[in-house]
Every structure is written in structure tokens, then in C-alpha cells.
Design a protein around this ligand. Structure first.
Ligand code: FUB
Length: 333
């Protein structure tokens, strides 16, 4: 890892001397990436939502079962790190089917944000509800403050012709919080200050080309970046595409691909800045494929992360996926 950091530092110093550019428009070699994918070996996980709280990077994924053959996930863990190499599993932080009266199945991709010292976990269930759970700590315990979903597929204004899933919550610099959500049609609501209610309006986002699912919002230098899985109904495997706008509600302009398709079929990611670098978190089937070669099990997914680079004009360079079997081989032998 130190060796790799040294290589990156050398590239940047060379750029500072005017010899080349740190912001080359060609894809950057992933020189500063430690050989660490998949990130976790003891557990299958997918759909990572990464956030920084104080000095620590927290990842809230969904939890694929070891014997999974269907998307029948039922609980949430959270993982934390301060170096992207050593991860702490804080255990199960929320079980929707036991801790709510209304959620019955399919605890899929969650997100979690902090506001005024409280942590709000947003999670989809039953392919039709979005719930919110609250805690005083990033690692729980979380509880259901409402006794009902925050938003559902049949809430006034929601447009959804398939699964109503994949909430992502973004708090803008002015303090306004937005929840992006949906499949096939991207919806957005403005959350109230309490983070467990909203103003009653559902906004349909324009310009989100080939939107499928896995929506994620982040902001950099006043640009709002909306990224998402763009398949699978457009003649290609799902990729992570992105569009930009100068307002959280758009209209958006399509910009390109952040991540090509992955070997797990579904594609789901998050983008976060940590210790000065930008990272893309996503999932693959690497761990499952190493354990059972040739058996493509798209519901035993494993977490991955790679560096993400911007061009000088603010566009995103396509991320190069890194795969490394060293850790897995060490574990298996
Ligand atoms: O993990 C279950 C579902 O698969 C997620 O909600 C989707 O984004 C896809 O990754």
C-alpha cells in the first residue's frame, strides 16, 4: 500500500513540475489502490452506501446470505475503516422484519446519513416500501420511529412500474435533505428537518438517461452528480452511468459511464471522498467465484472499492475495476 501511494505521489509531483498532468483525460492507472478487492472475506454484502463520519469511513451495505439463491436478504450490518484495508464489522444493526410491524421481506439496498448527531437508516422492503430507522450512533442500535413506512409505491405522486427500492439520501450545503429512490423512474422527495417526514411532494427527475436502479447523489464544486445502474433493458448489462445538474432536482444532463458492468449482474455503487481522495464503492461476485469457480451466483456478492478520478472540466473518468485474489487465496489455503 505504501509503495502504491509513493507511485501516486510521484505522478502528482511530476505534474506539479509541469511535466504532465494529474488530471489526464485518459483513464488513470489505479496506482494508489491497495490490492484489497474484495474488501470483506467473512461475509457476503452488496449495494454499499459509503459515508464519512468524523475520521472514519462507514459502509452500509445490504447483506447477501452465504447460502443465498434468491434476493431474500433480511438484516443490515455496518462496516467501518480508517485505512480502507482493515474493516470492522459492527454486527447486525437492524432487522426490519423483527423490528417493525409492517416489513415482511426483501431488505434490499439501504443508505444512512447523520444529522444533528442522529443517524437515519433508510431501507427498502417488500419491493414497495421505504422505511427509516433512527439511532444515536452510526453502528446502532436502530429503531423504527414511525410504525409505518416513510414512503410507499402507492404514496401520492410516486411513479413506479416495477420495484420501489434503493433509497439514497443527500443533504445539501443549505441543509435541505433529499431522498432519491425508485426503479425505472427516478423519484425524489424533500425530507423535512426531522428526517422522518417529507413535504408531501414527489419530484420526477428529468434527463436521467436509461435509469434502472441504484441511484446515488453526490456534490462536488457546485455540480450535482446523479449516478445509477443503467441496465438491463437497453441491450447491455447494467453499468453505472451518471448525469449532472446545477440543482439537486435537475434537470439532468447525461455525461457517461462511471463503471462498466460487473460479474454479479446487478450493479450498485456509492461515491465518497475520504482523506482527500474520491472512491467508488460497488459490488462484484469475486469472492463467490473464487470459492465456487464456475458457479455464477449473483446473490452472493462481495464489496469492492476503487479510486475515482475527475477531469479538469468536472466529468468523471471511467473507473478501472481491480480484482485481487491474494487475500482470498490466503484465506482458503
Ligand atoms: O441487492 C438487492 C437489489 O439488487 C438492490 O436493491 C438493487 O440495487 C440490486 O443491487
Amino acid at each position: 500500500m505504501h509503495h502504491n501511494h509513493t507511485i501516486q505521489l510521484t505522478l502528482c509531483l511530476t505534474a506539479a513540475m509541469g511535466l504532465t498532468s494529474c488530471h489526464n483525460t485518459a483513464p488513470q492507472p489505479q496506482t494508489s489502490v491497495p490490492s484489497h478487492n474484495p474488501l470483506l472475506l467473512h461475509s457476503y454484502a452488496a449495494d454499499p452506501s459509503a459515508h464519512v463520519y468524523h475520521d472514519t469511513l462507514w459502509v452500509y451495505p445490504s447483506h447477501d446470505k452465504t447460502d443465498a439463491c434468491r434476493f431474500d436478504m433480511e438484516d443490515y450490518h455496518v462496516y467501518s475503516t480508517t485505512d480502507l484495508e482493515h474493516w470492522h464489522d459492527h454486527g447486525i444493526i437492524f432487522r426490519p422484519f423483527e423490528q417493525t410491524t409492517w416489513a415482511k421481506e426483501a431488505a434490499w439496498a439501504p443508505d444512512c446519513v447523520e444529522r444533528n448527531g442522529k443517524f437515519y437508516l433508510y431501507y427498502p422492503t417488500d419491493k414497495r416500501h421505504i422505511g427509516v430507522a433512527v439511532s444515536d450512533r452510526p453502528d446502532g442500535p436502530f429503531h423504527d420511529p414511525l410504525g409505518h413506512p416513510l414512503l410507499s409505491i402507492d404514496s401520492p405522486g410516486v411513479v413506479c412500474d416495477r420495484d420501489f427500492i434503493d433509497p439514497c439520501v443527500f443533504i445539501d450545503d443549505d441543509g435541505q435533505a433529499y431522498m432519491y429512490v425508485g426503479q425505472n423512474t427516478p423519484c425524489c422527495i424533500r425530507l423535512n428537518e426531522d428526517m422522518i417526514s417529507y413535504d408531501g411532494q414527489v419530484h420526477l427527475l428529468e434527463g436521467v438517461t436509461e435509469f434502472f436502479e441504484a441511484i446515488w447523489m453526490h456534490k462536488r464544486d457546485s455540480i450535482y452528480y446523479l449516478s445509477y445502474s443503467d441496465g438491463p433493458f437497453h441491450g447491455h448489462q447494467p453499468r453505472i452511468s451518471y448525469c449532472t445538474a446545477d440543482h439537486p432536482l435537475g434537470p439532468f444532463t447525461y455525461r457517461g459511464i462511471v463503471l462498466d458492468s460487473v460479474n454479479s449482474g446487478t450493479n450498485h455503487h456509492s461515491i465518497v471522498q475520504y482523506q482527500g481522495d474520491w472512491w467508488l464503492f460497488y459490488h462484484t461476485s469475486d469472492l463467490s467465484l473464487y470459492r465456487t469457480p464456475g458457479e455464477h451466483n449473483g446473490v452472493r456478492r462481495s464489496l469492492a472499492a476503487d479510486r475515482l478520478y475527475y477531469n479538469p472540466d468536472g466529468t468523471i473518468q471511467q473507473v478501472v475495476q481491480t480484482h485481487d485474489s491474494t487475500k482470498i487465496k490466503q484465506e482458503l489455503h
